[in-house]
Design a protein around this ligand. Sequence first.
Ligand SMILES: *[C@@H]1O[C@H](CO)[C@@H](O)[C@H](O)[C@H]1NC(C)=O
Length: 229
Amino acid sequence: MKIIFGFLATILIVSLAPFSYASDPSPLQDFCVAVSDSASAVFVNGKFCKNPNMVVADDFFLPGLNKPGNTSNAVGSRVTPVNVNQLPGLNTLGISAVRIDYAPYGLNPPHTHPRATEILVVLEGTLYVGFVTSNPANPAMKNKLFTKYLNPGDVFVFPEGLIHFQFNVGKTNAVAFAGLSSQNPGVITIANAVFGSDPPINPVVLTKAFQVEKNVIDYLQAQFWSNIG
Ligand SMILES: *[C@@H]1O[C@H](CO)[C@@H](O)[C@H](O)[C@H]1NC(C)=O
């Protein structure tokens, strides 16, 4: 009896598991081209689907990724996204892309994609890249950093949700393309989210979290934290 109960409990847990997945759902049809319909009160996980009879080749097409992004900003990099917001045909397909341009010594600052793993290919230049693991189970251990220098043709993967960065260590421009395992990966730029939120996080919270004097937090919160992608 106990064994049967355990078996039934296992079946129940396994059958409920799909509802707790954090990544995109699998497509339920050949495609589901997105349409903007903010007026509708119906909620869908993703975007509404265009009538398949109205779908055209251009729904799956986006030109222009040969053009460099504008890197004239504080960090010297620019991310040009190709997700479901730019390319409606990506709706429900669980994939997207970016082009990243780096000025000499330009940085794509530490950030995470809450919904996607990222696979990066370097086309030009030399990048110093890395990611940090989540907090270890043993509190005495530290978050582990993995880094690599990448040259043209090199590929590197940033696991889903982990904080990562790319820094152009060369005197020339660098270019990379990346694929991401979500139609809408999301970006959380760490400094922007923590020090540039609107309204600002109470400095009492940040002085304690970062173990610094309040003037350091005041200085950081006074900076202009613009997003680069
Ligand atoms: C690049 O961005 C800077 C700063 O926003 C701007 O002044 C400049 O005109 C832009 N350059 C191009 C080619 O769009």
